[in-house]
Design a protein around this ligand. Structure first.
Ligand code: NAD
Length: 507
């Protein structure tokens, strides 16, 4: 902590210091400082955090840079020898304790996340925060019960594979599902025996701060989990360039991943990248059209701010008219409103800059000759809602077909044959996911075998199992996480070869 002494503000009085380090959101008290070596640490600089729900200023958060990152790396490295030597069963027990406390504080986490990123409170309550707890339980149990490779023989020698802790992991996360995506990395890293520094997205810093309270209460030793808040170009850049880091797991956009990869290259730090997409939702003429309509409508979930969303609707010619008619009727029933209201289906987008970006894509598609089938506008200049939008692009090469919008904006194109559908689906630089609606199983297998994607859903969407590999092909990512793949990334995987020779009698 010594290095940080100079970056501490000199508050005029106690009250001011108190105001700078605490905020209350929906009755939940949140510490706005970093969490380094088990201590709350402030920076001189802060950044403001506004709610997308009503535009209100939630508070000011400590904004870290080189000094805070260096202190966090020092703390995480100091904690590494003891944590990495902690028996797996003991590590797993602490992860389960964290999960218990996440469940106990589920309401606090859910409402704070909703106020911070605008996603539905009902989803946070029933889907996201239970998944946060599950992330910890799953990797704790996997470490104890499943992480195993059968020993194998080479000319009488026995190969034994093990997963050794690797060191300090830098975890960098986006704003669209902040705590779920963070804990999907934190849990396997901690289970592996690594120590962690998390840099949350600057638009959604709050639930990471609550997680610090939870891990401390769960008895995770000081320095094993650290949070440095701040802007990507300051805190994030300092973290990924630090030579004391053993792994970087990054979820975010392709341009930022390129910067991270360049910084990591200087130290040859291994990276896992989970990036953007422009995934297809393909509807074949033998599909259950009502099911296909539901699947297509799900692509607007979280106001379209979902990396996996199948935002390119590809519909076979014979069913295009029926599909479109039913889809338009279905989307007209999507209720936009306050994300805290149980009846709301779609909340606001995250930030004024982001809404302007989404609208920019739509207006350029319109100017390029695209047909706006429905939507196409901000709901009001006074809020961050954007209408669910469907665009028939003028050409397949239009920006709106090629670039990730990350808002409630889908395109629709038609195709004649299965081969056309496969060519259109794969005609992108991304390869994160695909969703297909199809009636015939053989046809489904033929098509899925030819699609380029990390995850394919057939007649379903967003069914996730943490044992499955998760990641993207092409520009949608590098590497896979999930199950053993997570341990492979966060660990130093080791092979030890035991000879049949050289053993002392009786040993
Ligand atoms: P982003 O790339 O702008 O930011 C992601 C994180 O990187 C933030 O914490 C940011 O502060 C940090 N960052 C920014 N500059 C940095 C730098 N120079 N060095 C280190 N860190 C830096 O992405 P975003 O706008 O927060 O998130 C949206 C993107 O994330 C979309 O492209 C979306 O598809 C993608 N995403 C992917 C997945 C997946 O699992 N594949 C999941 C969710 C989101």
């Amino acid at each position: 902590m010594q290095e940080l002494a100079n970056t501490q503000p000199a508050p005029h009085n106690y009250e001011e210091q108190h105001l700078m380090s605490k905020m209350t959101v929906a009755g939940v008290q949140i510490d706005t400082r970093h969490f380094i070596g088990g201590q709350r640490v402030a920076s001189t600089e802060t950044f403001p955090d506004h709610s997308p729900v009503d535009g209100s200023l939630l508070g000011h958060i400590s904004s870290g840079g080189d000094a805070e990152v260096d202190a966090a790396v020092t703390a995480a490295r100091a904690a590494f020898p003891a944590w990495s030597a902690t028996p797996p069963a003991q590590r797993a027990a602490i992860l389960h304790r964290i999960a218990d406390l996440v469940e106990e504080r589920l309401e606090d986490l859910a409402i704070v996340e909703t106020m911070d990123n605008g996603a539905l409170l009902r989803s946070h309550r029933r889907g996201v925060m239970p998944r946060v707890a599950h992330n910890f339980r799953f990797f704790a149990d996997y470490l104890i019960n499943d992480l195993h490779h059968e020993p194998f023989e080479t000319r009488g020698h026995t190969n034994v594979v093990s997963w050794d802790p690797s060191g300090v992991c830098a975890l960098i996360t986006p704003w669209n599902a902040p705590l779920m995506l963070a804990t999907w990395k934190i849990a396997p890293a901690l289970a592996s025996g690594d120590t962690v520094i998390l840099k949350p997205a600057e638009w959604t810093p709050l639930t990471a701060s609550l997680l610090c309270d939870i891990v401390a209460e769960a008895g995770l030793p000081d320095g094993v989990f650290n949070v440095v808040q701040g802007y990507g170009e300051n805190a994030g850049a300092a973290l990924v360039a630090h030579p004391g880091i053993s792994r970087i797991s990054f979820t975010g956009s392709v341009p930022t991943a390129v910067l991270v990869a360049k910084a990591a290259a200087a130290n040859l730090t291994p990276c896992s990248f989970e990036l953007g997409g422009k995934s297809p939702t393909i509807i074949f003429d033998d599909a259950d059209i009502d099911l296909a309509v539901e699947l297509a409508a799900e692509q607007y979930d979280n106001a379209g701010q979902v990396c996996l969303a199948g935002t390119r609707l590809l519909v076979q010619e014979g069913v295009a008219e029926e599909f479109l008619q039913k889809f338009e009727a279905r989307v007209s029933r999507i209720k936009q409103g306050d994300p805290r209201d149980e009846a709301t289906d779609m909340g606001p987008n995250i930030h004024p800059e982001h809404v302007a970006r989404v609208d920019g894509f739509v207006q350029r598609a319109r100017a390029a000759g695209g047909t706006i089938v429905f939507g196409g506008h901000r709901v009001s200049d006074d809020n961050l809602f954007y209408e669910p939008t469907l665009i028939m692009p003028a050409t397949a090469g239009d920006e709106i077909v090629c670039e990730e919008v990350f808002g409630p904006v889908l395109t629709m194109q038609t195709f004649a044959t299965d081969d056309d559908a496969i060519a259109m689906a794969n005609g992108t630089r991304f390869g994160l996911a695909a969703c297909i609606a199809v009636g015939d199983r053989n046809r489904a297998e033929r098509i899925t075998s030819q699609l380029v994607a990390g995850t394919i859903w057939v007649n379903c969407f967003f069914v996730r199992d943490l044992r499955a590999p998760f990641g993207g092909s092409r520009k949608s990512g590098v590497g896979r996480e999930g199950g053993t793949w997570s341990f492979d990334f966060y660990s130093d995987v080791k092979n030890t070869v035991f000879s049949p020779n050289g053993w002392k009698e009786g040993a």
